[in-house]
Design a binder for this molecule. Structure first.
Ligand code: NAP
Ligand code: MG
Length: 404
C-alpha cells in the first residue's frame, strides 16, 4: 500500500512520562507505516522546557496559530516535588495554560464510547461534549474575610478617575465573607465563538446555561453575548446544517442532560464546567477514554487526551515492567488532528484513515481485547482480555489492516 501524502505539517507537541512512551508506540505502529507523516516537532517534555526556559511551549503555540492544527501529548505541570525531581530552575507554568492563553481557546472534552462499556446514566447513547469557559469568575476573584461589623460596597471608577458606580453590598452587623468576581466581554465573546464554531464542525447542537434569572447583570451578560453573536454570525449556518443553539437555566440544563440521549455540546461557565466535566466524564466510564480539543475563536485546533502523564505506570515502566496503560485517548488525539488536517487541506485519504483507525480501536475493545483499566468496566458478552499497551496497539494494528 502506498503511504498517504500530506501537504501541511501537523504541529506535534511531545510530552512526558508514560504518555511519551505511548506516543512513540502509536507513531511507530499505527501511523508511520501508513502515512508519510509530516510534522513540525516540538518537544514539550519537561527537560526540554527547562533547557529552553519554556520558550519551546510558546513556539509550539505560535506554530499552531500558523498551521492551524496541533496534536499534543500529556505533559507534567511542575509542582514543588517536580522542581526537585527534575532539578528545575523555575516552576514552569502549565503548558496547557500557556497554549490556551496564546490561542485564546476553549477546551472541549468528549468521551469515546464503545459497546460493552455503558455510561452510568442509562439513557445516554451518544457522547456529551463539555466546553468550559476557562477564564475569570471565582477563579480570579478577590475575597475578604469580614472580621467585624461594617459596610461592604461595590465601587467602579472609570479610567478617567471618575466614580461611575457605588452600591452597598451589605451592612454587616457581624463578621462574614465577601467576594468580588469579574469577567470580560471579549473573553465571553471568544468563548461563544469557539463553541459555535465547534458545534458547526461536529454538527451537534449547542446548549448553554447560566443563572440569569438571579444574576440579572453578570450571568445575563453571558446570555446576551451568546445570543447576539449567534444571531449575527452563526444562525444561518446552524439552520443550513439543521443544528440548534439552545439556551436554558443551569438547573433546567442539569435535569435535561440527565434525561437526554447525549449527542450535543454543553457550554458551561467556568465553575459549572469544572464541576460538571468531572461528573459527566466519570459517568461515561474512564478518564482514559476521554479526548480533549482546544478550539480558538478563529478556528485553530489542538487535540490531546484529557488525562495526564500516568506517572504511577511510568515508574513501573522504568523498573522494566510492561504496563497496561490505555493509549486510546492519545490515539484519538492523533486521529482527530489528522482528520482536521485532511479536511483543511482537501486530503480525503487522511480523514478516511482516521475513521478506520478509530473504528479498528473500537473493534478491538468490542472484541474483548483491552487495557486493564477497562476490564473492570466491561459488560460485554465475550470475556475481557486485559493486555499490555503494546499488545493492545498491535491488536488494533491487526484490525486496522483488515480495514485498509
Ligand atoms: P493522570 O496522569 O491522569 O493519572 C491518574 C490515574 O488515572 C493514573 O494513575 C491511572 O490510575 C489513571 N489513568 C489515567 N490515564 C490513564 C490511562 N491512559 N490508562 C490507564 N490508566 C489511566 O493524573 P495524575 O497522576 O494526577 O497526573 C500525572 C501528571 O500528569 C502530573 O504531573 C500532571 O501535572 C500531569 N497532567 C497533565 C495533563 C495534560 O497534559 N493535559 C492533564 C492532567 C495531568 P491507576 O494508577 O489506578 O492505574
Ligand atoms: Mg474539576
Amino acid at each position: 500500500m502506498e503511504k498517504i501524502q500530506m501537504t501541511t505539517p501537523l504541529v506535534e507537541m511531545d510530552g512526558d512520562e508514560m504518555t511519551r512512551v505511548l506516543w512513540k508506540q502509536i507513531k511507530d505502529e499505527l501511523l508511520l507505516p501508513y502515512i508519510d507523516l509530516k510534522t513540525e516537532y516540538y518537544d514539550l517534555g519537561l527537560p526540554e522546557r527547562e533547557k529552553t526556559r519554556d520558550q519551546v511551549t510558546v513556539d509550539s503555540a505560535e506554530a499552531t496559530k500558523k498551521y492551524g492544527v496541533a496534536v499534543k501529548c500529556a505533559t507534567i505541570t511542575p509542582n514543588a516535588q517536580r522542581v526537585e525531581e527534575y532539578k528545575l530552575s523555575e516552576m514552569w507554568k502549565s503548558p496547557n495554560g500557556t497554549i490556551r492563553a496564546i490561542l485564546d481557546g476553549t477546551v472541549f472534552r468528549a468521551p469515546i464510547m464503545v459497546r460493552g462499556i455503558s455510561p452510568v446514566v442509562k439513557t445516554w447513547k451518544k457522547p456529551i461534549t463539555i466546553a468550559r469557559h476557562a477564564y475569570g469568575d471565582v477563579y480570579k476573584c478577590t475575597e475578604y474575610r469580614v472580621p467585624s461589623p461594617g459596610k461592604a460596597e461595590l465601587v467602579f471608577t472609570g479610567a478617567d478617575g471618575k466614580e461611575e458606580f457605588r452600591q452597598t453590598i451589605y451592612d454587616f452587623e457581624c463578621g462574614g465573607v465577601l467576594q468580588g468576581q469579574y469577567n470580560k466581554d471579549s473573553s465571553i465573546a471568544s468563548f461563544a465563538r469557539s463553541c459555535f464554531q465547534y458545534a458547526i464542525d461536529t454538527r451537534q447542537d449547542l446548549w448553554f446555561a447560566t443563572k440569569d434569572t438571579i444574576s440579572k447583570k453578570y450571568d445575563h451578560t453571558f446570555k446576551d453575548i451568546f445570543q447576539e453573536i449567534f444571531d449575527s454570525e452563526y444562525k444561518a449556518r446552524f439552520d443550513e446544517l439543521g443544528i440548534e443553539y439552545f439556551y436554558t437555566l443551569i438547573d433546567d440544563a442539569v435535569a435535561r442532560v440527565i434525561r437526554s440521549e447525549g449527542g450535543f455540546i454543553w457550554a458551561c461557565k467556568n465553575y459549572d464546567g469544572d464541576v460538571m466535566s468531572d461528573m459527566v466524564s466519570t459517568a461515561f466510564g474512564s478518564l482514559a477514554m476521554m479526548t480533549s480539543v482546544l478550539v480558538s475563536p478563529d478556528g485553530k485546533y489542538e487535540y490531546e487526551a484529557a488525562h495526564g502523564t500516568v506517572t504511577r505506570h511510568y515508574y513501573k515502566y522504568l523498573k522494566g515492567e510492561e504496563t497496561s496503560t490505555n493509549p486510546v485517548a492519545t490515539l484519538f488525539a492523533w486521529t482527530g488532528a489528522l482528520r482536521k488536517r485532511g479536511e483543511l487541506d482537501g486530503i480525503a485519504a487522511l480523514g478516511q484513515f482516521a475513521d478506520k483507525l478509530e473504528q479498528a480501536t473500537i473493534d478491538t475493545i468490542e472484541g474483548g481485547t483491552m487495557t486493564r483499566d477497562l476490564v473492570g468496566l466491561w459488560e460485554g458478552e465475550t470475556p475481557a482480555r486485559g493486555v499490555t499497551s503494546l499488545e493492545f496497539i498491535r491488536a488494533i494494528k491487526a484490525n486496522l489492516e483488515k480495514r485498509l
